[in-house]
Design a protein around this ligand. Structure first.
Ligand code: CP3
Length: 353
């Protein structure tokens, strides 16, 4: 069994001791990097980039060539799954993602089927395999999926909007229809994440970007319950290695105890939660990932250094912290700020281990 040269991420996700706090960033590959924009231009579009394993591998590795990151995350998007379900994904400049055939009719909802990842998401699995080969066990590779509820938001709305009018109306008027979508999504997410694990993903993360827009009872019933079921169906080990899972509900700070009881190994938190408080609430059960405000990266090297120091101090001494932002890297981030952050986390965190 090949051993990882840098296994700090896997160890921290499992709350095992490490010499320093590992760091990776959500959206670490993206538009803030000029080399990403160049590769995307070569691909022709964002979606063509996702669907080309050679180019997707190239952009996955770009941030690792610049910064001493402790993990890679496969370059893809959460919306490739609804695309594989036949909803038709389009990305238009400045408008964000759109699904061409959103779910509005009961008949369409009843006809939804779980896609076979080996067939309809083969390009993602090929990218996972190629990235693993290129990484040569230097750092681990993270696979990911949207949560069943967050995917349902896009599938019903057709895109992201601020009020989630259609999906919330369905939730209150026709809950059995939304439950049916979530049921299918849950099986699709489980199959997709397991296929990524079998192709070489060494940790997996579920992005619940929109769960935080729900009320407490609705969050438990329509988002958390399905994430828990998806986690129950995941392979916990592959080729003798533990595969840690990360669950991130943006805006989920009020529900940390329930999230920590879902069966995940690590809970991702956004910057609205104090990470020290989060640790005292759930730190005996799970590791924590987060939680610097991505806007700090826009404010210059001194702010970045101070921001890193503050998050590390708030978490305090001991194992079980993976440094990250509280959400994705902004496209307006100067790459030099990411370099400052990664180095600051590596240097300053040694005192806490
Ligand atoms: O983290 C990584 O580096 C891996 C790649 C990754 C992308 N999207 C690439 C991407 C990951 C993990 C995602 C997840 C994703 N995608 C989420 C969950 C996380 C979150 O941000 O809340 C969501 C909600 C999406 C859906 C999505 N994709 C939106 C809303 C947008 C438009 C907003 C934007 O930033 O443009 C995208 C596009 C997208 N996904 C880009 C990238 C690099 C930018 C596309 C471009 O190059 O034009």
């Amino acid at each position: 069994m090949p051993k990882l040269k840098n296994d700090t991420l896997i160890r921290a996700l499992l709350r095992q001791p490490t010499p320093y706090t590992p760091i990776w960033l959500m959206r670490q590959a993206g538009r803030y990097l000029p080399e990403y924009n160049a590769t995307r231009a070569r691909a022709g579009s964002f979606l063509a980039l996702c669907k080309n394993p050679d180019l997707a591998t190239e952009v996955t590795l770009q941030p690792l060539a610049r910064f001493a990151l402790d993990a890679a995350i496969v370059f893809s998007d959460i919306l490739t799954l609804p695309d594989a379900m036949g909803l038709g994904l389009r990305f238009t400049e400045g408008e964000g993602p759109r699904l061409e055939r959103p779910l509005r009719e009961e008949r369409e909802i009843r006809n939804l089927v779980v896609p076979d990842p080996d067939q309809h998401l083969r390009y993602v699995l090929d990218t996972v395999r190629q990235v693993r080969k290129a990484l040569a066990d230097e750092v681990p590779l993270i696979g990911f999926s949207g949560s069943p509820f967050t995917l349902a938001c896009y599938m019903v709305e057709g895109g992201a909007n601020s009020d989630f009018r259609n999906v919330k109306t369905m939730l209150y008027n026709r809950p059995e229809l939304l439950h049916h979508i979530l049921e299918v999504n849950c099986r699709a997410v489980t199959a997709y994440l397991n296929a990524q694990i079998e192709s070489g993903a060494q940790a997996v993360m579920m992005f619940d970007t929109w769960g935080g827009t729900l009320g407490t009872a609705e969050y438990r019933e329509f988002s958390l319950a399905y994430m828990r079921r998806a986690l129950e169906g995941l392979k916990r080990e592959h080729r003798g290695e533990r595969i840690p899972s990360i669950l991130f509900t943006k805006g989920g700070g009020a529900w940390l105890e329930a999230i920590a009881a879902s069966g995940c190994d690590t809970v991702g938190i956004d910057w609205t939660v104090d990470i020290g408080t989060a640790r005292s609430r759930i730190g005996v059960r799970v590791a924590l990932q987060g939680n610097l405000d991505p806007a700090v990266l826009l404010a210059g090297p001194k702010a970045v250094h101070n921001g890193a120091a503050a998050v590390l101090a708030a978490f305090g001494h001991g194992a079980g912290h993976v440094f990250n932002l509280g959400h994705g890297v902004s496209q307006f981030t100067p790459p030099e700020s990411v370099a400052v952050l990664v180095d600051a986390v590596h240097d300053l965190s040694r005192a806490y281990h």
